[in-house]
Ligand binder design. Sequence first.
Ligand code: AMP
Length: 215
Amino acid sequence: MRIVMLGAPGSGKGTQAKLLQADHGVPQISTGDLLRSAVAEATELGLIAKAVMESGELVSDEIVSAMIKERFGHPDAARGFILDGYPRNLAQAEDLNAVLGELGIELDAAVLMDVSTAVLMKRLTGRRTCSRTGKLLNIYFSPPEELDACLAAGGELLQRGDDNEQAIGNRLEVYERQTAPLIAYYRKRGLLKPVAAQGAVDEIHARLRTTLGLA
Ligand code: AMP
């Protein structure tokens, strides 16, 4: 399974990629997660990326494409991959083509997670992570018991640094300007598979599996 997950911030790429990973043992590779680890570890790369990420702009193509190339060298990636948040512009899509060409492999699909802007805003502004369990929650959509359980266990509901309104607005704008052209790019190559990505997580997952011919 070699898949690219396309979609705006908050479209549920990460959530669905993790579910596919659990189903098939194929690694979800998220450039956002790799960058956040580098920031948390305060590596040289992390220091460069931090301010760019907080503003909602894109980190340089050289950095993220090198990260992906390195990650493809790990043994688990031999089984395939689910790319989450990469490529994010046409230059990165071309970098990805080049790396895949070197490896002698091809993409199976580019999934487009299709969600309205109003839903995206609620998902992003409401998104929290439980500091205790790492569970991803949403103050608008998660069952109150789940939110309470985190607090009762002594956890805090943490918000990502780039989930504030200004950065969210900027991330959505960057998506429209730089990433959305990839939809036509992958459609032209016959790889685009749109999925209606509103509703409950398990319903969306079922639709995704059907779209990918896994159901
Ligand atoms: P994400 O977790 O995918 O929403 O990414 C969070 C932030 O990391 C983005 O707003 C960018 O600043 C940066 N980032 C993640 N993936 C990429 C990428 N492929 N290219 C450039 N910047 C990225």
